[in-house]
Design a protein around this ligand. Sequence first.
Ligand code: ZN
Length: 159
Amino acid sequence: MAIREVREMGDDILTKPCKDVTKMTLRTKILIEDMLDTMYEAMGVGLAAPQVGILKKIVVIDVGEGPVVMVNPEIIESSGEQTGDEGCLSLPGKAGQVTRPNYVKVKALNEEMEEVILEGEGLLARAMCHEVDHLAGKMYVDLVEGELHDVNYEEEEEA
Ligand code: ZN
């Protein structure tokens, strides 16, 4: 268990595409535990591996319903629309309006490398889209409608 340094926007690693995880190793299991610790410590709702400097397709999310770990996630279905404030642990203190699907279905592997199908609505769908984008080297700022604005840490959830 360890808290890892969260890379901030401007760091090249956040613009690079991640590689598939081909087998679950002890090192990768420790990475997942550390990502969860780091996300909770920063009071975020999601974290992708490149945010801690690792170019692997791994995402952790917790929107208040318990931890979700997604390895090699792929959005296979989406519907609806939601527009709302979105933030990112790699851009602390900022948020902006982003339109996302209101529902997504994700195909991924779990920590045992078994295929799972996960569904998300509302904030969970938003977090899934945001984190999957990170794995492709994309930041939410490219999707922001209007200007980024400052947020009060105490009140906002960041992904
Ligand atoms: Zn983010």
